[in-house]
Write a protein that binds this ligand. Sequence first.
Ligand code: FAD
Length: 346
Amino acid sequence: IMNKTDILIIGAGPVGLFTVFEAGLLGLNCTLIDNLDKPGGQCAELYPEKPIYDIPGVPFQTAQEHVDALLEQIKPFNYDLHLSERVDLIEEITLENESFWKVKTTEDKEFISKNIFIAAGAGSFEPRRPPNIEDPDKYLGKGVEYAVRSVDKYKNKNVVIFGGGDSALDWTVELSKVAKLVTLVHRRDAFRGAQHTEEQMRALVEKGKVNLLTPYLINSIEGDDIVESITLKNFESNEIEDYEADELLFLFGLNKKLGPILDWDIDLNGKKIKVNTENYQTNKDGIFAVGDINDYPGKLDLILSGFHETTLAVQEAYKRIYPGERVPFGYTTSNSKLQEKLGVKK
Ligand code: FAD
């Protein structure tokens, strides 16, 4: 069964989220899809605690506060949010003599829509894989993960965490509360994460609750179908050592990847999608690109530019759904039905 939606938005960063608001004002519903496990794009993933000073009318907000405010703002409107899946395929289809876009995700979900909004920022964030393992994804969900999806999964398990940044340190401390044993493996005995968390980790090592292995690197994963054990290489002695392991967590950070966007046959300018500045449509009717992913003369990669772009694009999307009709325009303050929806008190 295919889900039909007025606007399908690829990317739940700030610009994708605000699209739901602008579409909602015109009575259009949206579906958001993001590869990350949370909404907010770069703001939530790269700099949640950094302040933002240039949102009009908002002198100060941390990036996460900005995302939370956007989520609050779109609460009155109809939208679906699909996380931890990437849009891989866009194709044109005809239904009852009308043409639509069909989208398929990595979870095999399909959606159809008259309007696709690519709000993909700098591309989808993909976890970095361990460098010298041939096909680590073969064990994905069977002992290999690139993010913690549920803490329960690690209860009473032999967990091996790889990495030297904040997430490796944070999860070493957290999972040591439930796991049988947590082993932290890093290529050198220095960490990039918060000093406070590193101290907590080292205290757990002293107490024998965490096993710290440096300078080590993964050498192989053993097991036919699921992870049964691993071998690690000691950088100093060059020796290969065997270790027991039930669950491996590779927390090496994220790469930004344009990935599938390159296959959608859309005109690009370098790594960005070309749009016109009248309605931010690409060379394909009904496919729009808004926010950091687009390019036009004078483009600035700022949140407020994306808000403007998507506001104009939504107008065109409306016209594509209701051809020939006037796009309802009014200030949010002069629309009484909307005021009801937004819960504004007179
Ligand atoms: P993004 O925030 O990049 O979100 C895009 C989302 O799309 C991502 O979550 C990604 O996973 C998803 N995605 C991509 N491809 C796919 C796919 N195929 N399938 C599913 N999902 C996909 N801007 C300001 O205005 N003020 C500031 O103070 C400011 N400070 C910044 C500080 C830092 C450190 C950085 C890195 C940026 C800063 N920016 C700032 C820039 C701002 O973050 C970006 O302009 C903004 O995030 C762009 O929003 P977006 O919605 O276009 O894209």
